[in-house]
Ligand binder design. Structure first.
Ligand SMILES: Cc1ncc(COP(=O)(O)O)c(C=O)c1O
Length: 437
């Protein structure tokens, strides 16, 4: 392991003033490293820690940085706005520009409201759906993460319908989650059964169309089609949580991949260009019941923050350059395709799952289609893999259940080095398999 003395000192000091020394739990690299990576700066695809160590970074602020760290065009836009003022708590022109751009790119969105985090976006979208339908029940899927609002912190119960929702966190009253049903992802029968039994109570179903929070697991076409049919028939709203996939999986996010059209879409990450911005948007008739027009209250001091809006708009405009998504796809393939081929040819118990520039390598299963299957993967092997990559100068997310993000700043040399480090590890599994045979 590289020298990380300064990181240790900083982390020790942090722990005395911040619980666990981190402001979001996953940053602790729990069970993997005693001292987490303490970031000092980022340059394109690279993350540099407090000791000056460099890593090829596939966390990229959990997908927010599709152009890599500190892209000069985005930095310039942020600086220009900062000089004019960082926040006013008043309406500004730049909000209209970003709103219009998102509406232009994602046809299911006719009106949009900006907030500051993905958590706020999904929480507000659900309040809106409940206000619009005058119903209380919400449905989510296990392994989908939508932020940390009380009502969304629910894992699947063991029963088919997941009726006995239990919270994943202490501090959440049981009444708060009593109106949340959690179903298995990609399970058509469970979905149909729930709608048959309780369809008329359901305000909304919220889904990560391509889940990134159990590792990369896309919803099947059939599941999506069924979801749209069942929600429409029951008068329930369909909410796409595109916090990760929005503006990442093509011009229209996950809505570029599936034919399904949601009623409401949630965005965050990329739309802030690396600053805190998020949004929820959808059909006009739904959006127009928000205050001040309607009776569904929603607000925020820093909502539509002009620095975030200016940076986000620039980030989105940059994705419109010719061949942007094709190039990202090509880069992701350099990394993932040879590994997927090798696993397949050698019959190794692993699965390289990729959608666009989102990638996860699972160990211990040939495919993963749900949280239940993700939990059957070999997590102890992941720890060895994570450390193997870190020692070779490559930083992947510190959990087997996360998406790795490839940015436009990743160069071919980074991707080839990463592929080789993965192949070295996967080949050792093949040799192990041969030795055991
Ligand atoms: C799909 C999805 N929804 C919602 C959130 C919550 O966003 P935030 O962390 O900005 O509150 C996340 C965070 O990673 C996410 O991946």
């Amino acid at each position: 392991m590289k020298e990380r003395k300064r990181s240790q000192e900083i982390f020790k000091a942090l722990q005395t003033v911040i619980p666990g020394g981190v402001n979001s739990p996953v940053r602790s690299f729990k069970d993997l490293l005693e001292t987490p990576v303490v970031a000092r700066e980022g340059r394109g695809a690279l993350l540099i820690d407090a000791d000056g160590n460099e890593w090829i970074d596939y966390v990229q602020s959990w997908g927010a940085l599709i152009h890599g760290h500190a892209h000069p065009r985005i930095v310039r836009k942020a600086e220009e706005q900062l000089k004019r003022g960082s926040t006013f708590g008043m309406t500004t022109e730049i909000e209209e520009k970003l709103a219009r751009k998102i509406i232009e790119r994602v046809p299911s969105v006719e009106k949009i409201r900006f907030v500051s985090s993905g958590t706020e976006a999904t929480m507000s979208a659900l309040r809106l759906a409940r206000g619009f339908t005058k119903r209380d029940l919400i449905v989510k899927f296990s392994g989908n993460y939508h932020g940390h609002a009380d009502m969304l912190l629910v894992r699947a119960g063991s029963g088919l319908l997941g009726m006995n929702a239990t919270s994943s966190s202490e501090g959440v009253p049981s009444e708060t989650v009593s109106n949340t049903v959690c179903l298995p992802f990609n399970d058509l029968n469970a979905l149909k059964l729930l709608f048959r039994q309780r369809g008329q109570e359901i305000a909304a179903v919220i889904i990560e169309p391509v889940a990134g929070n159990m590792g990369v697991v896309p919803a099947t076409e059939a599941f999506m089609t069924s979801l749209r049919e069942e929600t429409s028939k029951a008068g329930a709203l369909l909410i796409f949580d595109e916090v990760m996939t929005g503006f990442r999986l093509g011009l229209r996010g996950a809505q570029s991949i599936y034919d399904t059209i949601p009623d409401i879409t949630c965005f965050a990450k990329i739309i802030g260009g690396g600053f805190p911005a998020a949004a929820f948007g959808g059909r006009r008739e739904i959006m127009d019941i928000l205050a001040p027009l309607g009776a569904v209250y929603q607000a925020g001091t820093l909502s539509g923050n002009p620095v975030a809006m200016a940076s986000g708009l620039e980030a989105i405009l940059m994705t419109e350059e010719k061949g942007f998504y094709e190039d990202l796809e090509r880069k992701a393939r350099i990394l993932a395709d040879p590994v997927a081929r090798f696993i397949e040819e050698e019959g190794i118990d692993a699965s390289m799952q990729r959608v666009g520039s989102m990638v996860t390598l699972f160990f211990g299963r040939r495919s993963v289609g749900s949280m239940e299957e993700a939990l059957q993967t070999d997590q102890s092997l992941f720890k060895r893999f994570f450390l193997h990559m870190l020692e070779r100068g490559i930083l992947i997310p510190p959990s087997p259940f996360e998406a790795w993000f490839i940015s436009a700043a990743h160069e071919e040399s980074h991707l080839i080095a990463t592929k080789e480090a993965i192949m070295e590890f996967v080949s050792s599994l093949k040799n192990l398999k041969a030795a055991l045979a």
